[in-house]
Design a protein around this ligand. Structure first.
Ligand SMILES: NC(=O)c1ccc[n+]([C@@H]2O[C@H](COP(=O)([O-])OP(=O)(O)OC[C@H]3O[C@@H](n4cnc5c(N)ncnc54)[C@H](O)[C@@H]3O)[C@@H](O)[C@H]2O)c1
Length: 252
């Protein structure tokens, strides 16, 4: 029997990058998976790709910054897949460096990266509390611990600090309800979020690679493995934790 046979996992921002890698691992290990994304095309393609290997995977539209949409996203997942055991609140954006102190960019980043996690937590916890069990992993960033990772992205840094705080509060609040809430803190990972910078040239690529003592960026699967572990029963005594997966970057 596969590890997640009979379980249901919801992954926001599942159409690309870390979210897609997480959806793939859940599907390969037997879970029924809902891929939520604001980008319908990417989300539907991702779901179709994973279905080809025989997994039960659906796309559900979900702009995490919209509370009503998030309620609908979770309700649809529960209705169509029969429950909700695991949630990876992973959707996130960065803002352009030239929008460093721009009010609109700040608000939009907070709306998606922080309020988005809040909306998801509320809707997911309601279902998990009724079931008396569940495990949630929020994707923060090492930029949620230290500001020097992306000093030109104040909104991003603030939002990820906030995600770590929200994770701790939710974990404490529900520690005796059979529900665990943790955060994963990736270092630089090769996804659309950083591809553009890496492809600017050799120098830009080296800067990102050298942020980690290991001298490279992460593959999305390396972050997904940490998310999956935190969700699973193997992490049964882990809650409120921030798991850094960064090739040693913040150990420096
Ligand atoms: N790539 C990195 O170096 C890195 C490092 C640390 C943390 N992270 C975090 O990892 C998470 C995943 O990012 P990624 O690197 O896979 O990026 P990505 O751009 O490849 O994927 C992000 C996905 O989120 C979706 N999304 C964006 N706004 C959304 C919204 N409002 N509602 C729902 N979905 C939305 C996008 O459509 C996309 O499919 C993010 O929270 C990001 O901040 C990434």
């Amino acid at each position: 029997m596969k590890e997640f046979e009979g379980k249901v996992a919801l992954i926001t921002g599942g159409g690309n990058g870390i979210g897609l890698a997480t959806a793939r691992l859940f599907a390969e290990r037997g879970a029924r998976v809902a891929i939520a994304d604001v980008n319908r095309e990417a989300g539907e393609q991702a779901a179709e790709l994973l279905r080809q290997s025989g997994a039960e995977v659906m796309f559900v539209y979900g702009d995490v910054s919209d509370k009503a949409v998030v309620e609908q996203m979770v309700a649809e997942t529960v209705a169509k897949l029969g429950g909700l055991d695991y949630a990876a609140n992973n959707a996130g954006i960065t803002h352009p460096k030239d929008a460093e102190w721009d009010d609109d960019a700040f608000q939009r980043t907070l709306d998606i990266n922080l309020s988005g996690v809040m909306h998801c937590l509320k809707a997911e916890l309601r279902h998990m509390l009724a079931a008396g069990k569940g495990s949630i992993v929020n994707t923060a960033s090492i930029g949620g611990l230290i500001a020097s990772v992306v000093p030109s992205l104040p909104a991003y840094t603030a939002s990820k600090h906030g995600v770590i705080g929200l994770t701790k509060v939710a974990a404490l609040r529900h520690a005796r309800d059979g529900i665990r809430v943790n955060a994963v803190l990736p270092g630089v990972t090769f996804t659309n979020m950083v591809k553009d910078v890496m492809e600017l040239g050799e120098e830009e690529r080296k800067v990102l690679e050298n942020m980690a003592p290991m001298g490279r960026v992460a593959r999305p699967e390396e972050i997904a493995e940490a998310i999956i572990w935190l969700c699973s029963d193997k992490a049964s005594f882990v809650t409120g934790h921030s798991l850094v997966v960064d090739g040693g970057a913040i150990a420096q």
